[in-house]
Design a protein around this ligand. Structure first.
Ligand code: 4NP
Length: 170
């Protein structure tokens, strides 16, 4: 059945940072929350997250990421994993948190694979928010509150474009 985009395809989206315990699991959780909030769930298939490194494979999200999600009534449940070549065929979009993640993903991306690899911050309308979602791991809780604002905003802009039919599955 056709969806609101006029296509019968849903989009699959993945988020990528370095360790997959702070930024990208928050992005996965907030993106799902925003999809429900904006009634765009029917346009979305799989949502996942992973890291470019294997430093924290199997670990739960950082307690500060969990606390920030909970403070905003966002459900979070993830176990860290490293990006694999099949991810570039499985997902329509892979969103990098920072430029280093973006470079690493583009280096790993198998030639001709379907995923569009972009900075998540490319989906920005509020120019007061930086495009780059900086690593908050070595900072305090305020860093986690700040990346939450960025992630919530980028998720809402992406969802708006999806609902307007400006984004389609590859
Ligand atoms: P993330 O943050 O990439 O947002 O998950 C980090 C978590 C752990 C490390 C670096 C960044 N680390 O070096 O262990």
């Amino acid at each position: 059945m056709a969806n609101d985009t006029g296509s019968n395809k849903k989009v699959s989206v993945a988020f990528c940072c370095l360790g997959n315990i702070c930024r990208s699991p928050m992005a996965e959780a907030v993106f799902i929350h925003v999809a429900k909030d904006m009634r765009a769930e029917h346009l979305i298939d799989e949502v996942d997250s992973f890291g470019t490194s294997g430093f924290h494979v199997g670990d739960r999200p950082d307690r500060r990421t969990v606390a920030t999600c909970r403070a905003n009534s966002v459900a979070i449940n993830h176990s860290s994993r490293q990006v694999r070549p099949s991810d570039f065929e499985e997902f329509n979009y892979i969103f990098a948190m920072d430029k280093s993640n973006l470079e690493d993903l583009n280096y790993m991306k198998p030639r001709g694979s379907k995923a569009k690899v972009l900075l998540f911050g490319d989906f920005r309308e509020d120019a007061t928010l930086p495009k780059i979602i900086d690593d908050p791991y070595y900072g305090g809780p305020d860093g986690f509150k700040y990346i939450y604002l960025q992630i919530d905003h980028f998720s809402r802009v992406f969802m708006k474009h999806l609902l307007e039919g400006k984004i389609e599955a590859a």
